[in-house]
Design a protein around this ligand. Sequence first.
Ligand code: PHB
Length: 397
Amino acid sequence: MTTRRLVLSRGAAIVGAASTGLLLPGIVRAQSSRIRVGFMLPYTGTYSQLGVAIENGVRMAIAEQGGKLGGREIEWFKLDDESEPSKGVENANRLVQRDKVDVLIGTVHSGVQMGIQRVARETGVLNLIPNAGAHAATRALCAPNVFRTSFTNSQPTLALGKPMMDRGLKKTVWITWKYAAGDEAFEGFRDSYTKAGGTIVKELGLPFPNVEFQALLTEIASLRPDAVACFFAGGAAAKFIRDYAAAGLKDKIPLWGSGFLTEGVLEAAGPAAEGIMTTMHYADSLDTPRNHQFRTAYATQFKMQPDVYAVQGYDTGLLLAQGAAAVKGDMGNKQALYHALETQTIDSPRGKWSMSKAHNPIQDIYLRRVENKDNKVIGIAAKALSDSGAGCKLGAA
Ligand code: PHB
């Protein structure tokens, strides 16, 4: 009976063995010796290219480390979260309860991350966040088993206000999608810009992932600010950049933003993107051997240029590989694993970074300008910037 099941399906054999009380130690051991890694990322919608870049980056980093985690083979799982917050909990539970992943890598959208966060806190599954910047994930709802390799939503924009004021841009209109990522990016902008003496003339918004920018661009034209600052990302960012130029604003009112505006979209946006100024924890043109090596390897392997999302995925892969190596693949040794993840230095294409006590990168923020379809570094806008981690008790003495 058992033999027949084995021939039919290894998975069914294990289920059968468990339910009948039979032991198949060899098979069970073989199965459990693989580390189960689940991607929960957007593979459709305006953030689909972000999900792909992140997965590419993770796989590339782990392949470079020999393709294993702490000496163990990997079994991969993949789920499209559609950037749909209402399905966040259900989707995360699918990976954790049904697929029994040891590690959940996700996600991009802050609203969906709140679902993952709940499941991670309830089940204790290891969650590595390769993008979503929701403040709560590494502030009030931080957790020992949740680590972020990207940013908090206000980290890039905390470096945006001063360089704008340094250039005499004293009155600004802010525009974004109205959800956590845009609202929290605004917080960083508001704090840095008003501290530097700037005035925010108006806040404009539209629901995610709406791309009907026309009426808002008309309003901007009539407000005549010194500059516009924004948060947009993914496919829609290219459309915003093109619509901004088509509305005749490009040469009249300089466009600034959280650097996601110009990530992965410079081909699609074309000349309309030239001159846009942004702040971000990465820049294509970072002139370091590490970045050159990464960019060449990624472009060769995937036949496309890497962006900040690819870097964040890559760093997620590095963190996971380094953490797993430190515990020799014993992912069940949670105390040692978390300690290892907390204390790694990540030798990233963005520059070396380490984890804050709340499990968010402490990192430099660069000022960039789009030149010839490239995010050119102008300088460092903030050195070793850490998120406040307000309300997170991890690492407290
Ligand atoms: C987010 O929802 O947290 C988010 C999404 C896309 C980005 C940045 C942040 O580029």
